[in-house]
Design a protein around this ligand. Structure first.
Ligand code: SAH
Length: 225
């Protein structure tokens, strides 16, 4: 019996040589720093981060820092992806909007936690390659659109959750409007030289907004309209 388990484990490792690195990433960079949501940890353990970066960047895919994916875009540090995902408080029934598809990694992390992810990317090449990666890996509930995130996605609104992975000076009005009552929006906001404030907005049942800052982060700026 023990032998079969060993063989099954070896098969698993052969199928994804990065499994052990990913386990270590989740334990040392994410759990140890205070992310405890079981579903978020499971998602971070499951999504093959190395398949969202160009081939020559794979060796560093699980390191404790952001990864460049070209066109001035970066995939956030693993901890920041997990933190923002936890702050979003996703659930299986949710319709989610992401601004800044980039590689598609954050969308893939959300894919298993929600009902559907709509994601907008302004750089055509990134939108196309993220769409291809997500399709190849079987993330069927993610829809990628090439376009300007400042406008949101009015045809699909309202959204239960909205996440921005590029930083605007202020949260775009269209996005606040497209957030459902009771919904949450998580975004890096500001234009300071050292980064932005990670901001959580919570739209109340009466439509008013409550907002809090969670701390400093450094994202690529959202390209203005
Ligand atoms: N979430 C991504 C990383 C995003 S990096 C991932 O997991 O890989 C930020 C992305 O936002 C970049 O790809 C950038 O091109 C995009 N972006 C910048 N301004 C934008 C805008 N106005 N609308 C949509 N996308 C935008």
């Amino acid at each position: 019996m023990g032998l079969w388990i060993a063989i099954a484990l070896l098969r698993l490792l052969a199928a994804d040589p990065f499994t052990a690195e990913r386990e270590r990433m989740v334990r040392d960079q994410i759990e140890d720093r205070g992310i405890h949501d079981a579903a978020v940890l499971r998602a971070m353990r499951t999504v093959p981060r190395h398949l969202f970066v160009p081939e020559n960047g794979r060796r560093l895919a699980y390191a404790d820092h952001p990864l460049s994916i070209g066109h001035g875009a970066t995939i956030s540090q693993p901890f920041v992806v997990a933190w923002m995902t936890e702050l979003l408080e996703p659930s299986k029934a949710h319709k989610v909007l992401e601004i800044g598809t980039g590689s598609g990694y954050q969308a893939a992390v959300l894919s298993g936690l929600v009902n559907h992810v709509y994601t907008i990317e302004i750089v055509p090449e990134l939108a196309a390659s993220a769409r291809q990666t997500l399709q190849k890996l079987g993330y069927g509930n993610v829809t990628v659109r090439e376009g300007d995130g400042y406008k949101g996605w009015p045809e699909e609104a309202p959204f239960d959750r909205i996440i921005l992975t590029a930083a605007p000076r202020e949260v775009p009005k269209a996005l606040v409007e497209q957030l459902a009552k009771g919904g949450r929006l998580v975004a890096p906001v500001g234009s300071g030289p050292w980064g932005q404030e990670l901001t959580v907005m919570h739209k109340q049942p009466d439509g008013s907004i409550r907002q809090r800052s969670m701390g400093g982060v450094a994202f690529v700026p959202m390209v203005p309209k």
